[in-house]
Design a protein around this ligand. Structure first.
Ligand SMILES: [Zn+2]
Length: 271
């Protein structure tokens, strides 16, 4: 079975804010149309190492991307590589580190910010490089890519929650309101995506501590939400999902054979 997949990585969204502040997503869960799992991120709880983890299924210690200043292409097989090898279309509206991991490193804004190159792992990209790039613009970028290129796999990666956390701390009104704002943004797009039978994963790389940072093992740094939305998911599963399983799970949804860590327990069994 082959489905299209949208992965939304809300950067820096910890479990508590993602659980308490997202009433639209929680409403979908109550209606049996979505499910929420708690994910414990791999270590260190930093962005670039965990982008690599989510998108390749390889934890930081094994990938070698162990801090944010590792500026080089990934050496792992990513979901973008798997999709391209299967002849599928790929797109991303994402922070420029994603372009550096899978397309070209280092990032050259003039060359890479707007990417349309069928030969690259991420064929269609709208990349940004300022942490305060507006989230509503980023969702528009993602939706534009979806409508224009009809990708089989689309990554949408906004930075506003992480940015609010670094400025005001994880235990702040501003941080929690940034999470609530994402719930509203998602409510503008998700009904259409679900109506078109996309399988959608909404998660985060890591959380945020009260010291305006992340990187360690505190629950507020490490625990993040994973919302699963779409017809392929079994929404009453209580199975534990690991961050390293997301790449394999998405490959399954895309109908791609792979050797990644995987999780079948959250998928609906065929009738
Ligand atoms: Zn951060």
């Amino acid at each position: 079975m082959r489905n299209k997949v949208i992965l939304v990585v809300v950067d820096g969204l910890g479990w508590q804010a993602g659980h308490d502040g997202m009433g639209y997503l929680q409403g979908l869960c109550e209606a049996g149309l979505a499910s929420l799992h708690q994910l414990r991120c791999e270590l260190p709880s930093l962005s670039r190492p965990l982008y690599e983890c989510i998108l390749t299924g390889t934890p930081p210690i094994a990938s070698g991307v162990v801090h944010n200043d590792v500026v080089r292409l990934s050496t792992q097989q990513s979901i973008f590589n798997l999709a391209r090898a299967a002849g599928l279309r790929t797109a991303a509206a994402a922070y420029h580190w994603i372009s550096e991991l899978y397309n070209r490193a280092p990032y050259d804004a003039v060359r890479d910010r707007l990417t349309d190159d069928e030969s690259l792992p991420i064929q269609h990209g709208l990349f940004y490089h300022l942490d305060h790039y507006p989230d509503d613009h980023l969702y528009i970028d993602g939706e534009l890519l979806r409508r224009r290129h009809d990708p089989d796999f689309l990554l949408i990666h906004p930075m506003g929650v992480d940015d609010a956390g670094h400025r005001f701390g994880g235990d702040s009104m501003e941080y929690r309101n940034a999470a609530r704002y994402h719930d509203k943004l998602l409510s503008q797009y998700l009904p259409q995506w679900l109506a078109e039978d996309y399988q959608v994963l909404v998660t985060s790389d890591h959380g945020m501590n009260a010291d305006h940072s992340h990187g360690g093992v505190l629950p507020e740094e490490r625990l993040v939400p994973l919302y699963l939305l779409g017809s392929r998911f079994c929404h009453d599963s209580t199975a534990r999902v690991r961050q390293v399983e997301l790449c394999g799970l998405m490959a399954n949804l895309l109908g791609i054979a792979h050797s990644k860590p995987d999780n079948h327990a959250v998928l609906r069994q065929p009738d």
